[in-house]
Design a binder for this molecule. Structure first.
Ligand SMILES: Nc1ncnc2c1ncn2[C@@H]1O[C@H](COP(=O)(O)OP(=O)(O)O)[C@@H](O)[C@H]1O
Ligand SMILES: [Mg+2]
Length: 268
């Protein structure tokens, strides 16, 4: 244990709910090219009701981990477990049926389709529930309901990100996997995205969020994982990680300096 309580190379403790994890990755190895493992023994536990954040340098394997959880990259060893059942080798379609939603970082909407049609695509496995699910979405994202006939391709980056999240939520997932939802957005839109993610979580969806905006991510998540070179480097509550000098030095350094500089400049 470090002084502030974030733990290097450990499992994890639930912050909210006790009991079995909803989703678990245990010693997962995976990669793209034969003989090259990008994930090299990754562990992750998501407990019911949690919002967890995954941060780490570029190329650490964060997106690969989400893809491994969602059946988009083959797991070579280790296992992925959802509600006690082994889902390691299931395809994305089967996982969507079991309540897993995934929002990739890019290409996550159908640009030529309207907002409403994007929502229909999200629910193509259960079209009869459209009205009920769209009502849920409209409550979370009133803007989308107001502009339901507008083409997704004509929306701003922040709005498209909203459509992508809403589309994944149409299937009423118990777990939502988000890959860098704030990437490429202006600071204001980034902030809205974090608030929205928290709201989705409060509405009962457990969330795994990968983020480049590490500090902001740690502020809103219950627990965080630092991934480095395909392995868990540190884990702890968001607050523990954010205040750990080692994490600041290794993973939040640039940002910390930026913040200090900004504070310095504000002084008269
Ligand atoms: N489709 C792919 N084929 C081969 N290598 C890939 C592919 N996608 C990612 N990689 C490699 O895997 C490593 C981890 O990538 P990624 O999971 O995208 O990292 P992160 O999301 O943490 O930035 C990188 O070295 C990247 O070049
Ligand atoms: Mg990535």
């Amino acid at each position: 244990m470090t002084a502030t309580g974030s733990e290097p190379q450990t499992g994890s403790t639930p912050v909210l709910d006790q009991g079995a994890p909803l989703l678990r990755a245990a010693n997962v190895t995976a990669g793209y090219l034969p003989g090259v493992n990008i994930l090299d023994g990754c562990n992750l536990d998501l407990y019911p009701g949690e919002l967890i954040g995954i941060i780490g340098p570029n190329g650490a394997g964060k997106s690969t981990l989400l893809k491994a959880l969602f059946g988009l990259v083959q797991v070579r060893s280790g296992e992925v477990v959802l509600e006690g059942e082994d889902i390691t080798h299931l395809k994305p379609n089967a996982l969507v049926r079991r309540g897993v939603g995934f929002v990739p970082q890019t290409n996550n909407v159908f640009p030529t389709l309207s907002i409403e049609e994007n929502m229909q695509m999200g629910l193509f496995l259960r079209p009869k529930r459209f009205t009920e699910r769209f009502a849920f979405i409209a409550e979370l994202f009133p803007t989308l309901a107001d502009r339901r006939k507008q083409r997704a391709g004509s929306l701003s980056g922040g709005e498209r990100q909203m459509v992508a999240m809403a589309r994944a939520l149409m299937m009423e997932p118990s777990v939502l996997l988000l890959d860098e939802p704030s990437a490429g957005l202006s600071p204001v839109r980034q902030d809205e995205t974090f608030i929205r993610t928290r709201r989705i979580n409060k509405a009962g969806v457990s969330v795994v969020m990968v983020e480049q905006n590490a500090r902001r991510c740690l502020q809103i998540c219950d627990r965080g994982y630092v991934l480095d070179q395909g392995r868990n480097a540190y884990t702890g509550t968001g607050r523990e990680l954010m205040n750990d000098p080692k994490i600041i030095e290794l993973y939040l350094g640039t940002l910390a300096t930026d913040v200090e500089d900004a504070a310095h400049q504000r002084k008269p």
